[in-house]
Design a protein around this ligand. Structure first.
Ligand code: C2E
Ligand code: MG
Ligand code: MG
Ligand code: MG
Length: 287
C-alpha cells in the first residue's frame, strides 16, 4: 500500500509484520480454494466417563493441504476467523459432525467448537436448528464448545445467544477453562451444562501442588453449581487417577485416545463395544 503511494520509506517498513500480512493474505486465498475443493476433514477424539464408558467425541477440523499435508487448526482457524471464512467452514464442520454422529452405533454426544465470529452471528440458532433437522441428530447429543473470551466482551449478547441455543436443547460447554480472565462468578450468569478444564492445569497436576489445588477447586465448584466437568489433555494414568479421585465427570486426552480420522470412527466404536461385552465365548466343543 505504502509503495503504491510512492512513499520512499516503504523498504524500511518491510518488517516481519509485513511479511506475516502477505503470508496471511496468501493463506486466505488458499483457504477459500480449499473450501471449494473439499480439502477439510474432521478427526474425532473420544471422551470417556470415569467408568470408561464412551460418552462423546470432539470434532476437530484438519486441512488436508495438497503439498503441506495435514495442517493443524491452530494454524488456520485464526486466519479463517479473521477473514470470515470461519462462517462457511464452521457450518461445514457442524453439519459433517452431526451427520457422522447420527450414524454411530452408540448414542454418544458430539462436541463442535464454535469460533467467536460464529457465536456472535444472529443466524446461529437457525443454522443449528436446520442442521439438526437435516441430519436427524437429537439436539441433546450436540455439544457446542465456546471459549471464555467471547463472553467477556459482550456479556449481555452472550447470555442472549446462549439462552437461545439452550432453548433448542443443545448442550453448552465452556472450553479451555482457566486460560482466560473470566471470574468465577461469571459461571453463574451463563447457562452452561459443562466446563472443560484446560489441559495446561491437567498437565501440571502431578508435579505441582498448586495446580492440583486449582483443579480440585474447579471441580468442586462445578459440582456445587450442577455443572459437568471434563478434563482435557489427560496423558497419564496418574492424572487420570487424580482427576477421578476429585470427582471429575469426563476425561479426554491421549491416554484414552488420540483424535482419529472420521473414516476410522465406526471401527473404533465397534472395537469399544466388543471390549465392553468381552471377547466372544468359544463354543463348548472347542474347549
Ligand atoms: P480444543 O477445542 O481445546 O481441542 C483440544 C485440542 O487438544 C486438540 O488439538 C486435541 O488434539 C488436543 N489434545 C487432546 N488431547 C490431548 C493430550 O492429551 N495432549 C495434548 N498435548 N493435546 C491434546 P487440535 O485438534 O490441534 O485443535 C486445536 C484447537 O483448534 C482446538 O482446541 C480448538 O480451539 C480449535 N479447533 C479445532 N477444530 C475446530 C473447529 O472445527 N472450529 C473452530 N472454531 N476451532 C477448532
Ligand atoms: Mg474444544
Ligand atoms: Mg479445549
Ligand atoms: Mg484446550
Amino acid at each position: 500500500q505504502a509503495k503504491e503511494h510512492g512513499l520512499g520509506w516503504y523498504r524500511m517498513f518491510e518488517s516481519s509484520m509485513e511479511v506475516d500480512l502477505r503470508e496471511r493474505r496468501a493463506m486466505e486465498q488458499d483457504l477459500r480454494a480449499a473450501l471449494l475443493r473439499n480439502e477439510f476433514a474432521l478427526h474425532f477424539q473420544p471422551i470417556f466417563d470415569t467408568n470408561l464408558e464412551l460418552v462423546a467425541f470432539e470434532a476437530l477440523v484438519r486441512w488436508m493441504h495438497p503439498t503441506l499435508g495435514l495442517v493443524s487448526p491452530a494454524q488456520f482457524v485464526p486466519v479463517a476467523e479473521a477473514c470470515g471464512l470461519i462462517i462457511p467452514l464452521g457450518e461445514w464442520v457442524m453439519r459433517t459432525a452431526c451427520l457422522a454422529a447420527s450414524g454411530w452405533d452408540v448414542p454418544c454426544r458430539v462436541g463442535v467448537n464454535l469460533s467467536p465470529a460464529q457465536f456472535l452471528r444472529s443466524d446461529l440458532r437457525s443454522t443449528v436448528t436446520t442442521i439438526l433437522a437435516e441430519t436427524g441428530l437429537p439436539a441433546n447429543r450436540l455439544e457446542l464448545e465456546i471459549t471464555e473470551g467471547v463472553l467477556m466482551e459482550n456479556t449481555e449478547g452472550a447470555i442472549r445467544a446462549l439462552t437461545e441455543l439452550r432453548d433448542i436443547g443443545v448442550r453448552l460447554v465452556l472450553d479451555d477453562f482457566g486460560t482466560g480472565y473470566s471470574s468465577l462468578s461469571y459461571l453463574q450468569l451463563f447457562p452452561f451444562d459443562k466446563l472443560k478444564v484446560d489441559r495446561s492445569f491437567v498437565q501440571r497436576m502431578e508435579a505441582d501442588e498448586g495446580s492440583r489445588a486449582i483443579v480440585s477447586a474447579i471441580i468442586a465448584m462445578c459440582r456445587s453449581l450442577n455443572l459437568q466437568v471434563t478434563a482435557e489433555g489427560v496423558e497419564t494414568i496418574e492424572q487420570f487417577d487424580l482427576l477421578c479421585a476429585r470427582g471429575c465427570h469426563e476425561l479426554q486426552g491421549f491416554l484414552l485416545g488420540h483424535p482419529i480420522p472420521q473414516k476410522n470412527v465406526e471401527h473404533f466404536i465397534r472395537r469399544y463395544l466388543l471390549a465392553q461385552v468381552g471377547p466372544p465365548v468359544p463354543p463348548r466343543a472347542a474347549l
